[in-house]
Ligand binder design. Structure first.
Ligand code: ADP
Ligand code: ASP
Ligand code: MG
Length: 473
């Protein structure tokens, strides 16, 4: 079935999708994904989100406008969420910091939201030129209510009645991403960097959209960042749970919070390129919600038949290893150490406890922590050395984390043996390891991280055999 190809022209007319004018011959999975897409009824609402690179200049905005016009012509009511053009948000941020090292949080949020306000209006102008009626919305007008925390607000409610009215008038609703109105003070708040993805999924959930399409500058979600690993392979279908693990392991293509939101509300997501018509990656909602979801047969068939068990390998250099040597024997010592780390707001990734080489009867505790927190952790633990009673503290910043993401991995012994064999064949020594059902993390020397990533991807058949990935520009 995987090798089976089908011409789009062979599909019944109601299954053909006007947007798909890419390759004529589709693989089995692409066919499956296409069918899933075309299961959308012609009047189903689609939420489309265009990232910064997709609206970076006038030509890009025109291309987006044409795409919107086509989707609308196909009969879909449309809500479009846009990010700021290109690097606008970074530039605004740099400008603010050049004026004050710590700009007032409220002013900073007001400043940053202007980036998205520019892109929505430019897109409305481009749509008007094509004769497509549209209306622009700030986050506030779109009804996105947040907890009011500047710079990293969470959405607490969505009241999209203005958008519904706009859709009723058959206009395209264009919403500025990454922003909302604080619940109490009604101030403008931003959702955190990359937050337009969250805006899109939140609106898709509130409006009951059939699909949330995330348009970006790569063809979909790959087994590794295609800009760093050109031979990475595109994933056709992936579950929300797996995608969350990918995001947690450092894949930046989708915001982790947007995936959590999509899982909670059962929103299917299609990550695809705004620079071509190829099908991208379909992220199916949680398995728990499959019963409520129209596209159940795809969930049942795709991962079991087509998905490899392991879907991605990620390499992360931004971790450090900390070893607390010779922790005195006694109940509650680990609790003291972890209590201290929690108070310092440090996210501990992996923990390994061994019999101590530094103190008889004691233990050595090794942890992987984000390297940006390294200094704080060392300072907090050193200050408590006497109270906790450990012999020494070792800090190692020259390590990296390799993560394997997939489904049901812990229960498949083959995965472990293949991973260890690949690493030992490549001469890589494992320092720490942790495993969950969907993820195996190993800590190794940073110097061999790249080689190890390549060896493991090869061992699991995750590299593309032919051409490299399509990235734009
Ligand atoms: P946008 O501006 O459209 O929101 P982002 O920069 O947030 O785009 O996300 C797209 C980028 O994510 C790609 O250019 C790619 O380099 C990066 N990326 C990181 N990991 C992956 C992955 N596993 N698959 C695809 N892209 C990835
Ligand atoms: N413009 C914002 C950022 O760059 C939000 C987004 O692009 O999603 O972080
Ligand atoms: Mg993004």
């Amino acid at each position: 079935m995987y090798q089976q190809t089908v011409s789009i022209r062979d599909l019944p007319a109601d299954r053909q999708h006007p947007e798909v004018d890419g390759p004529e011959q589709l693989s089995g999975l692409e066919h499956l994904a296409l069918r899933t897409r075309t299961k959308l009824r012609s009047r189903d609402l689609i939420v489309q989100k265009y990232g910064g690179s997709s609206v970076a200049d006038a030509a890009a905005i025109k291309r987006v406008a044409r795409r919107i016009a086509e989707t609308r012509e196909a009969g879909h009511p449309l809500v479009v969420v846009v990010s700021a053009m290109g690097d606008t948000t970074d530039e605004l941020l740099d400008l603010a910091v050049s004026l004050s090292p710590k700009p007032p949080a409220g002013e900073l949020d007001t400043l940053l939201t202007t980036g998205e306000r520019i892109s929505v209006t430019l897109l409305a102008i481009a749509l008007a030129d094509l004769g497509v009626p549209s209306r622009t919305f700030s986050g506030k007008k779109a009804g996105l209510i947040t907890d009011g925390i500047h710079g990293k607000a969470h959405i607490v409610n969505v009241d999209p009645h203005h958008i519904r009215a706009c859709l009723k008038r058959e206009e395209v609703a264009i919403v500025a991403g990454f922003q909302g109105k604080g619940l109490k003070k009604r101030e403008v708040t931003t959702l955190g960097r990359g937050g337009s993805d969250i805006t899109a999924v939140a609106l898709a959930a509130a409006l009951g959209a059939g699909m949330c399409e995330i348009y970006t500058d790569v063809d979909g979600v790959y087994t590794a960042d295609p800009r760093i690993v050109p031979r990475a392979r595109k994933i056709d279908v992936i579950s929300n749970e797996e995608m969350l693990e990918l995001a947690a392991s450092g894949s930046k293509v989708l915001h982790a919070r947007c995936l959590e939101y999509a899982r909670r509300f059962g929103v299917p997501i299609h990550v695809r390129s705004s620079f071509n018509r190829a099908l991208g990656t379909l992220i199916l909602p949680s398995k728990d919600q499959e019963a409520e979801w129209d596209h159940k047969p795809v969930w049942e068939r795709a991962p079991a038949v087509e998905q490899p068990l392991v879907s991605a390998v990620l390499c992360d250099e931004s971790v450090a290893k900390l070893t607390v040597l010779g922790v005195a024997d006694g109940v509650g010592k680990s609790a003291e150490i972890f209590g201290l780390l929690a108070d310092a707001d440090v996210q501990v990734d992996m923990v390994v406890q061994n019999t101590s080489s530094a103190r008889a009867g004691g233990s050595d505790i090794s942890l992987a922590v984000p390297s940006r927190d390294g200094f704080r952790v060392r300072a907090a633990l050193s200050a408590a050395q006497g109270a906790i009673g450990f012999v020494d503290l070792q800090y190692d910043g020259q390590i990296g984390k390799l993560s394997l993401v997939g489904l049901g991995m812990r229960t498949d012994a083959q995965v472990f043996s293949r991973l260890f064999k690949a690493l030992s064949d490549a001469g890589v020594e494992i320092e720490l390891i942790s495993a969950s059902d969907m993820r195996i993390d190993v800590v190794i020397r940073a110097a061999v991280l790249e080689d190890a990533g390549r060896a493991v991807r090869l061992a699991f058949g995750l590299d593309h055999a032919g051409e490299g990935a399509t990235t734009t520009p």
